[in-house]
Design a protein around this ligand. Structure first.
Ligand code: GRF
Length: 238
C-alpha cells in the first residue's frame, strides 16, 4: 500500500460507515489524496466486515479497520468500554481532526462523543428533528416520510451528541417528495444531495468557516452556501 506524505497541517478525517459507503466515496472523490492536500480522508472504520465501504477504502489506499466481532455483541457496560477504547485508539493513532458518521448504524459510546465534541458530525437523510432517532435509518426514514404525507424531505448534517440524530444542526437542504415516490426513489433523490452537501460541510469545517460555538450552536464565519443553486436546478420539478 502506498502511503501518501502528509504535512502536519493537513486536516485528517475518519469516516465511520456500516454499508455501501457512497457518502464516503463522495468525500474520497472531493478530497483526492495527494501530498500537500488540505484535507485527507485518512481512515475508514467499518462496523462490520464485508461492506462495500471497505472496498472503496482499499481501492484508494485508505486504511480500513473493522470493529472486532466481540465488540458487536449485545450491549454490556464492559463491551461499551472496550468499543470506546477501540475507536479512540484508532482515531488517535490516525490523528484525526474530524470524525464523520456516514451511514454508521451504531450509537457511538458517550466517552468517544465527549472526546470529539464539536469534531464529530453525522449525516441524516431527512430534515431533523423530524424523522430521526433510534430505528430511523436507511429506508425506514424514507418510509416514515412517505407515510406522514410530508411534501418536503431533505438532508441534515449535524454535530454528534449522545443521542441518535440529535446534536446541533450545521446544514440542511430540502428535497421535494413527489407524488409517485417510493422509499427507493426518494432515497436516491436525497442521496444525490447528501453527496453534495457532506463534502461542503467537511470543507467548511477544515477551513474553520464553521465551528461549534461555546453556546453549543454552530458559528459561521462565511455565508452559508451563498449562490449555490444545485438542488433547485437539479431536482424537484415534475
Ligand atoms: C445515507 O442516506 C445516510 O444519510 C444515512 O445512511 C445512508 C448511508 O448511505 N445515514 P451510504 O452508505 O453513504 O451509501
Amino acid at each position: 500500500m502506498t502511503q501518501v506524505e502528509r504535512p502536519s497541517d493537513t486536516y485528517r478525517v475518519a469516516v465511520l460507515a456500516s454499508g455501501s459507503g457512497s457518502n464516503f466515496q463522495a468525500l474520497l472523490d472531493r478530497f483526492e489524496r495527494a501530498a500537500g492536500a488540505t484535507v485527507d480522508i485518512s481512515l475508514l472504520i467499518a462496523s462490520r466486515p464485508g461492506i462495500r465501504a471497505i472496498e472503496r477504502a482499499e481501492s484508494r489506499n485508505v486504511r480500513a479497520v473493522v470493529l472486532p466481532d466481540e465488540l458487536r455483541l449485545p450491549v454490556r457496560e464492559a463491551r461499551i468500554a472496550d468499543e470506546a477504547a477501540f475507536l479512540r485508539s484508532e482515531l488517535e493513532s490516525a490523528e484525526v481532526d474530524l470524525v464523520v458518521l456516514a451511514g454508521y448504524l451504531r450509537l457511538v459510546p458517550s466517552e468517544v462523543v465527549r472526546t470529539y465534541w464539536g469534531r464529530m458530525i453525522n449525516i441524516h437523510p431527512a430534515l431533523l428533528p423530524a424523522f430521526g432517532g433510534e430505528g430511523l435509518y436507511g429506508h425506514h426514514v424514507h418510509e416514515a416520510v412517505l407515510e406522514s404525507g410530508a411534501r418536503v424531505s431533505g438532508v441534515t448534517v449535524h454535530f454528534v451528541d449522545e443521542e441518535y440524530d440529535r446534536g446541533p444542526i450545521i446544514a440542511q437542504w430540502p428535497v421535494p417528495v413527489k407524488r409517485d415516490d417510493d422509499p427507493r426513489s426518494l432515497a436516491a433523490r436525497v442521496l444525490e444531495v447528501e453527496h453534495w452537501i457532506l463534502p461542503k460541510v467537511v470543507e467548511a469545517l477544515a477551513h474553520g468557516w464553521v465551528e461549534l460555538g461555546e453556546d453549543g450552536r454552530p458559528r459561521w464565519r462565511r455565508p452559508w452556501f451563498a449562490g449555490e443553486r444545485f438542488v433547485l436546478e437539479s431536482v424537484g420539478r415534475d
